[in-house]
Design a protein around this ligand. Sequence first.
Ligand code: TRP
Length: 330
Amino acid sequence: MHAKQRILTGDRTTGKLHLGHYVGSLQNRVALQNQYETFILLADVQALTTHFSEPGLITQSIYDVAIDNLSAGLNPDAVCFVQQSQVPAIAELTVFYSMLVSVNALRHNPTIKTEAKQYGFRELSYGFLGYPVSQAADITFCKADLVPVGEDQLPHLELSRRLVRRFREQYGADFLHVPQPLLSRTPRLAGLDGSGKMGKSLGNAVYLSDDAQTVTGKVRSAVTDTNRIALSDKGNPEVCQAYRYHRVFDPEESETIRCMCQNASIGCVACKARLADMLNALLMPMREKRARYENNLPRVKEIIMEGTRRANSIGNETISQVKAAMGLVL
Ligand code: TRP
């Protein structure tokens, strides 16, 4: 057993992170980092399942995602950043686990189905269909106890738990921990245009790396109550994206905004200006940290390599135990 319980969570390195990532997971990681030994996976192998033809984007995103996490407040002295492709134990475990799961079970994974549709895949590659198996390897190479995730990841967590249980039963191996999901309570943040969840593909994302002017511009374009035309019209906050953001980012203040909108004592322009100010105030300290890291990429690389080194020392030990249990050691 390790002294503190371990957390592992991570992001695919397919692009910069946005406000939806912040409220849905980064904020939570920051809050948990002192209580748990934390591993943040830079999931570059999983990124290949959809972006294998873009090596330049992958490299850039490894840095971007690490810097997004660091700027959000993760402490590089306490948290282990792990570059997935550089941990052989993850690749090896993936192969071993792949014997314990049926292709049919993978085909029925609801998140895989949703993503396949989203990406317009008519045929699934072996790697894409199997990435939840690789995710089980991500989680178990370091014997993580808890995995903070959003709801879409629960099917993957369920598979990880099943694989570990099967492995333990099959090989009498109690050194692997059955991981628990730590479900994020915040619902997915919708885009300012109200078109669905915030995301790069929909072009509706406010990036953590956006400057103040960009954020203000994006907020200005938010969809509000379309029936409210004149300033004197009373608004309906329930159909307004700007109001939803006020609610998520400043629940107390949002009560005032709601009343003012309903009795037409604040207009949409002023309401959005307040929202933009609030978001910029939230992002300001992140921008300062970001500037420091962006001006010192060798330091970021060192943080990633140091974390990955530690991950490998843990992973190598796990893989030795696994191979011994499976009868692979002469
Ligand atoms: N699939 C996760 C996502 O799309 C990223 C991820 C990869 C992950 N490996 C993980 C999350 C292990 C938690 C644990 O967001």
